[in-house]
Design a binder for this molecule. Sequence first.
Ligand SMILES: Nc1ncnc2c1ncn2[C@@H]1O[C@H](COP(=O)(O)OP(=O)(O)O)[C@@H](O)[C@H]1O
Ligand SMILES: [Mg+2]
Length: 253
Amino acid sequence: MIRAIDIRKSFGTLEVLKGVSLAVDAGSIVAMIGPSGSGKTTFLRCLNGLESFGAGSVEVDSISIAAGTPDFSESLRLLRVKLGMVFQQFQLFPHLSVLENIVLAPVRVLGKSREEAVENAQELLRRMGLDSKAGVRPRELSGGQQQRVAIARALAMKPSGLLFDEPTSALDPRMTVEVASLIRELSGHGLAILVVTHDMNFARRASDRLAVFHQGLIVEEGPTAQVFDNPQSDALRELFAHADIGASGSPPG
Ligand SMILES: Nc1ncnc2c1ncn2[C@@H]1O[C@H](COP(=O)(O)OP(=O)(O)O)[C@@H](O)[C@H]1O
Ligand SMILES: [Mg+2]
């Protein structure tokens, strides 16, 4: 379970998050959509402690951090372990092999033996259909393959939740469908998943609930089909007007 309560965040005088509350249950997928610059990435970064925040709190299972939690605190360290993040540009370590990318954190952060971490990494690569790529550098892989390495790297920490920032932005349509089914499979194993996306079709396909983000606030939230079919906010109607699908899933007339 991931729960954000009234998160506020400013960069200097720019108030980016104005009191954001959101819950993602274990085994469920929430998609977050909203215009560029509305604060979605900042929100994800606050959730797993990459960014400090001015007010509010974050809970992941039994771990909780509040605004002002010191950067070196044990709860922040645990939160980062419990909540994996798959970045938009994947952010794999370019100088390490695919296998070493996955092995690094379990050894360094969790104190696993190298043997155990390697065995687990190989199992994850098998699951991702990448066992033949263990020895290559990330740049030798396609975008979709790099993303699966990034997902395997996050899963190696055995998190209870995963955050995805625009997972389809670097992918072709066929890969987009595959990512949707992979995310579904992960939630089927009990992970709580929050996906930021600008792809309405992907959001509809991949999520159980939809949160609409606008100017630093969630302006609408509910079961995905219900929100799509009966949008309540001007912000969502505006997004539909600029997307290639309408509220009913057909092109706007
Ligand atoms: N480190 C930072 N310093 C200053 N401003 C930032 C920083 N990160 C993001 N911003 C600003 O915060 C706002 C929200 O950005 P972001 O969270 O990336 O939005 P989104 O992911 O919805 O496109 C933007 O105006 C952006 O320029
Ligand atoms: Mg962003």
